[in-house]
Ligand binder design. Structure first.
Ligand SMILES: [Zn+2]
Ligand SMILES: [Zn+2]
Length: 133
């Protein structure tokens, strides 16, 4: 079991599967949302994920005329897991409480809009926009 929580601890969750792959999105919306180089997430099937606390403190915001949506704690503002697609949640991996030696960056997406000052230093695959598999 892997657990994670927001900065204030109100919202917490548990994942019952081993995550291995990290996707980092460098798009301008994720960068503005985090104030950094983007967001690092892992993808988990919905039936392997459960909220432990604080579900009523989760707020979402959808960018107008866009399908980009963020979920965040209404108290501390931390980014939270959200709906990736019909079967999966995305999990911002920095919310996890324990060291995750099994996690490794697998794909960088929207590298075409990364910050001019960011230098990507790993050997994960880089994609200009979406990951097309
Ligand atoms: Zn919080
Ligand atoms: Zn993005």
């Amino acid at each position: 079991m892997t657990q994670g929580e927001c900065n204030c601890g109100t919202v917490s969750f548990e994942i019952d599967t081993k995550m291995t792959d990290i996707y980092i999105c460098h798009c301008s919306i994720c960068r503005r949302s985090t104030g950094g180089t983007g967001i690092a997430v892992s993808i988990v099937r919905k039936d392997k994920f459960v909220w432990l606390s604080g579900e009523d403190s989760i707020k979402t915001w959808t960018k107008p005329n866009h399908d980009w949506q963020t979920s965040f704690c209404e108290i501390c503002g931390s980014s939270l897991p959200g709906i990736n697609d019909a079967q999966n949640f995305y999990i911002p991996v920095s919310l996890l409480n324990s060291r995750q030696e099994n996690l490794k960056v697998k794909h960088h997406i929207f590298v075409g809009s990364k910050a001019s000052w960011e230098i990507i230093g790993d050997d994960a695959k880089q994609h200009n926009e979406f990951l097309l598999e």
